[in-house]
Ligand binder design. Structure first.
Ligand SMILES: [Fe+2]
Ligand SMILES: [Fe+2]
Length: 255
């Protein structure tokens, strides 16, 4: 069931967290609605498309989507793009270094003149008068990766950073105990996040933002300032990716 986690009458944020079918990776799709327009974040793959449209229509007509953002090039992020291009006039926001992959996602003719190439330094969008920030989050985990900060709801949509693989019998929507939640994030972050240096730089950047919650693309959200703080500090201290592979001496020709 969709969770509306912010609503001030004009501005709403909604999480769809249970649309993945059996055997598919659980993923959260996020919708930001401001006035009559909307922005959809990481809409997901082709199998999810029809379910997503039905759920989305409960909050706004899909034709009123102004932007669709793909945080990076992974299939769980945007493999269903073709369908959205067919039924909406939304502008597709995509990291500039992955732009040449767009024809692999969808018909080139459909995407013509509808893709906003987001430069490495990020940028700001106008969603019917609401400012939405596109933040650089490169290498976390993709080499060209964006995150989204919504200053009205004070939500940082962090993509795969903060992703958790929760036990299927207990998929809680928000983290209530950070320490016991770490076990569900650790394996993914140690392998998929590239190095402690990038994690520290990200932490230094987001400490400048006023964040009420962090909403990752998989698993539970970090709700409230204390939880946000704990997560940022955890990321800042991560030894991951290349740090660990180098230690393990993995670069050996197999026997
Ligand atoms: Fe990913
Ligand atoms: Fe993902």
């Amino acid at each position: 069931m969709a969770i509306e986690f912010f609503n001030d009458g004009t501005h709403r944020c909604i999480c769809f967290n249970d649309l993945a079918g059996e055997g598919e990776v659980q993923a959260n799709q996020f919708l930001i609605v401001h006035g009559a327009k909307g922005m959809l974040l990481d809409p997901g793959g082709t199998k999810l498309f029809s379910r997503m449209i039905v759920e989305l229509a409960m909050f706004m007509p899909p034709q009123r989507l102004e932007y669709i953002l793909l945080s990076h090039q992974d299939p769980d992020v945007g493999a269903g793009l073709n369908g959205y291009l067919l039924i909406t006039d939304a502008t597709i926001c995509f990291p500039s270094i992955w732009l040449r992959f767009i024809p692999a996602f969808c018909a080139k003719s459909l995407a013509a003149d509808r893709v906003l190439s987001v430069p490495d330094e990020g940028g700001r969008l106008d969603l019917q008068g609401a400012e939405i920030m596109l933040l650089p989050a490169h290498f976390l985990h993709s080499s060209g990766n964006l995150q989204v900060y919504d200053p009205i709801s004070k939500t940082l949509f962090s993509g795969d950073l903060g992703a958790s693989l929760l036990p299927p019998e207990d998929p809680y929507p928000t983290v209530s105990d950070f320490d016991s939640h770490v076990q569900y994030m650790e394996g993914f972050h140690l392998r998929y996040m590239p190095s402690s240096r990038v994690c520290r730089e990200w932490a230094a950047m987001v400490r400048n933002l006023d964040i009420e919650r962090i909403a990752p693309q998989h698993g539970a959200m970090f709700e409230g300032r204390e939880m946000v703080q704990q997560f940022i500090e955890w990321v800042a201290g991560l030894q991951c990716g290349a740090d660990r592979l180098a230690e393990a001496g993995i670069y050996r020709v197999p026997e």
